[in-house]
Design a protein around this ligand. Structure first.
Ligand code: IDP
Length: 152
């Protein structure tokens, strides 16, 4: 199990619905470590870069408009196998199919309003972190519970 960093974002619907704390709390309770966090409004160009892989999809314009419609909370989250661990906590893209117990399964109804984003691979984590954070915004620190979260 390798220590990984992943990019997580509470989308505008999550912020408006008062779900920032709920999402952060689920990540913390799992044992993940938040190593960077900020609120921002995503400029249109940055949204298009972040979602570049979907540029040709029919929902692309709606997606960019959704993600730029209000403030988001962006995070870098660290832990062993953090990319898969967070994707599992987040659940399937479409909340209709997302399992109960996952963020989307418990808190969302519509694929176009699915509360949270999380990187789906090491390559996308690296790319997405670098879009939202500079190296000096990511904090390297030890958490006191690490010996209780992980078997050494
Ligand atoms: P992910 O967020 O689970 O990684 P992706 O396939 O990368 O899912 O899609 C990015 C985002 O685009 C989704 O979270 C969702 O908000 C939106 N999206 C994906 N597919 C559709 C669709 O068919 N209709 C509307 N929005 C979609």
């Amino acid at each position: 199990m390798e220590v990984e960093r992943t990019f997580v974002m509470v989308k505008p619907d999550g912020v408006q619905r008062g779900l920032i704390g709920e999402v952060v709390s689920r990540l913390e309770r799992k044992g993940l470590k938040i190593v960077a966090m900020k609120m921002l409004r995503i400029p249109k160009e940055m949204a298009e870069t972040h979602y570049a892989e979907h540029r040709e999809k029919p929902f692309f314009n709606a997606l960019v408009s959704y993600i730029t419609s209000g403030p988001v909370v962006a995070m870098v989250v660290e832990g062993k196998s953090a990319i898969s661990v967070v994707r599992n906590l987040v659940g399937k893209t479409n909340p209709v199919e997302a399992e109960p117990g996952t963020i989307r399964g418990d808190l969302a109804m519509d694929i176009g309003r699915n509360v949270v984003h999380a990187s789906d691979s090491p390559e996308s984590a690296k790319r997405e972190i670098s879009i939202f954070f500079s190296d000096d915004e990511i904090v390297d620190y030890a958490k006191v519970d690490e010996d209780w979260v992980y078997e050494r």
